[in-house]
Structures are given as C-alpha cells and as structure tokens.
Design a protein around this ligand. Sequence first.
Ligand code: BG6
Length: 471
Amino acid sequence: MNVEFDKEFLWGGALSNVQAEGASLEHGKGLNVYDTLIVDKESGQKEVNSSDPASNHYYQFEEDIQLMKEMSFKAYRFSIVWSRIHPNGNEREPNQAGLDYYNKMIDLLLEAGIEPVVSLVHFDMPDYLAKKYNGFYSKEVIDFYENHVTKVVNYFKDKVTYWITYNEINTAPFGNHARLVAGAVKPENITNHEFYHQIVKNTQLAHARAVLTIRKISPTAKISGMINYGEVHPKTSKPNDVLAASIINRYHTYLAFDIMTDGEYPNYYKNFLTNRGITINFEELKDIKSASDELDFLSLSYYQTRVISSPEIEDLLKFENEVIFNSETEVSEYLLANEWGWAISPKGFRLSLETIYDRYKKPLFIVENGVGLVDEIGADGEVDDTPRINYYREHLRNMSDAIKFSGVEVIGYLAWAPIDFLSSHKEMRKRYGFVYIGESLGKTKKLLRLPKKSFYWYKSVIESNGEIINE
Ligand code: BG6
C-alpha cells in the first residue's frame, strides 16, 4: 500500500536568502551576521567577510522562480532578510527598497501558483544589533525584532499566509552557532548554562512576540515555530549512553518545542535551572504562554541522526553539563556520511517524524531536507547528481512510511534547496540545489543556472503527487 498524498500537499523547496542573494550592501541593505561571518581557518577555508555574490539571487530571482515553476512547486520557503528591511535593526521605519524587493518576489510566486512560506530570522540579524547589544543575549533586541516583524507582516499580510518565526531556534544557544543564529557570543565571565538560559529565554520570547504580532495583524495566518531535528541515539546499549542520548535530545532539540507548545518550562528544565542556582521569573514568560495557543503547525529541518557515547563522570550534574555543552556526537557505524561527515539516515527521518508527532500532536511541515554534495558539470555539459536523487527517494519513502504506519500528519515537504547557495560556512562547494549555479556569463555579472538531473526527477515527484518515489 502506498500513501496517496493529499491533493493540497505542499511540495516545494526552501532557501535562506542571506545565503543566496549576494548584494550585501545594495539599495540600503545593512550588513548582517552572515555577511560578516569569518569562516574558521581551522576548517581550511579562506577568510571572507562578505557574502557576495553568493548565487546572485538578488538580481536573478525572476529566473529562479521561473525554474521553481518549471519544477511545479506548490510552495516555496524563503527568508525576508532582516537587515534588508531594517539595516541596523534599530530604525523604527523600514527600508522601502527592501520591502519592494520581496514584494516583487511574492507577486511572482503568487502568479506562478506557488504559496510563499516566509521565514523571519534566518542568520540575518543586523550586524549592528549583534555588536552593540550582543544580539538576543539582550532583551532590547527582542523589541527591535518585534518592530521588524510588525512592519513586515503589516506590509505582506494580504499576500502571505504561512509564517515561520525563527529558523532552527533550538540551535541558538550553542558555541559558534550562537553568533549566526542569535547574534550572540558568550561573555567570558558567565558559565555555559547561564548563557544557555539567557538565550533560550530571549529567543523564546522573540518567537512568542512574533507569534502574537502576526496573529494580531493577520487572524487567518498560519504560524509556526521551527527547529532543526536530528535525533541522537546511544552509541551502545550501555545505560549511560542511553541516558546521555536522552539528555542531549532534550536540551538540544525538544526543549524549544516543549516550551513553545506548552507555553511554559517543562519540569526537567525548571530543575535544570534550580539545580544550578538560577531563579525563574515566571512573570517574564507570560507572552510565551499566550503564544502557545496560536501555533497552527510545527516545522522542522531534518538532515541526519548521530550517536553519542557517555562521558566517564559520576557526578550527575557534571555529567549533564558535559553531555549538553561539550560532547561530540558521531556518525553511526551502520550509516554512510557525505563528505562533510553528515550521516545519511533515511530511517532516522521516519523515526524523527514519528517521535515529534507523538510528542506534540500538531501537523508537521518539513521545511528543509537535503544533502550537500560536490556536483560538477560533466563532459556532456550535464550535472549528474544521482546520489541526490537516491537521497531524496529514500527520505521521501520514509516520510511516506511515517504517514502510512503511524498516522503522522504532514502538510508539506520543502526540499533544501531549489538552487545552489553558500553553505552556512560560506562554502559554494557544498551544493544542495536542483539547479547548479556556475561562473558568470560572458561579461555580465549574471551567474549560470543549469538544472541538474535531480531537477527533472523532483519535478516528476511533484507532478505525480509523490507516486514516483516508489519506482
Ligand atoms: C540548516 C540551515 O541548518 O542547514 C541552513 O537552516 C543551512 O541555512 C542548512 O544551509 C545546511 O547546512 P550547511 O552548513 O551545510 O549549509
């Protein structure tokens, strides 16, 4: 028995605009935390401090949307870059050129029959807010964010129904990621858990204020929080490995949705804080409670599963700290990985969807899933990315199994990504797109767009409403 996808199923793709647009300083845009990201030298990449030209999507978005239309996309998730609308982040009034740009994009999508799904905060906090306030480490930035959301939603309320408040909010409190995801760097004089507490609280408040703002302006909007979901499994059946896996999943993954959906801190987190001498100001959290009633669906990115082995520590508080803040997870010995060491785990996708649905009982929207590969143009002028097709086929079959065997409600699937773009580490070599982005064309600044083999395969997935994944 194969799953018949609902006729309204939202097939499509997703992109993060800071990673694709380029034009970092065009038409009033301010720099953001992605533009100024310096890629770690240890990873062997050269230092850069601009995101130009990326995929030149700022100037070639019409072509890109045309390609999405050719693939028969029903939905497309993109991000409205915060620093294109509020260049420093603290302006009351928006940059009209920024609004005009996304307005054109949205009109084109609607004309093509593609539902826009808009992400707010996707590695795009104005650099000014990151430097002056340490991003979401400070409460002031929540007010700036709320003003930004108000302006954006007011402008697009009649055209956009689907809103995602915050990309991968659960990754905000960790290591180097905090700078990109929350604009924040851990001050030297505080502990990891104090930083964690502050970032969790302020990003959840930011999410909640965004939810309440969207709902107030647009009562019929469909609103969602979003996390990166990749389960961590115990490396062996040793009880401490099992315990470590449970701890890491809670604090790296579930906590964000536990808070958003219940509107309060779960008991395990209350104890985590009190065990470390942190007092909770419940009054401060009331917007989180109100926002929890307004979520229409939950969205997630899925890339991989990992395994963990437990640290050799007796003291349970220290054990918890070590697992949450210092542990390195690995690829399971039973799985293959891509060149960047990301495990390929289609069954993990099914398990993740089942776990998340059983836990929250809300419709799920998969808004990112894909694989980074080194694609090249062959002698025949084509890009044969069969491994990507295999990746998608297996993941889609497992999504269909989660629906078929466990009744998971999935409203849509957005592949990462329609076109190549710069990875979160500013690398073009790690390609995700159905369309290859190449060198500039002749003397123009335009970059080549070349549909890969997967482009045609994914088009037929959508046009057959998922039928061909079983072939
Ligand atoms: C997600 C992000 O974490 O993973 C994307 O939302 C990112 O912006 C994607 O591009 C893949 O990660 P990477 O590091 O390969 O770009």
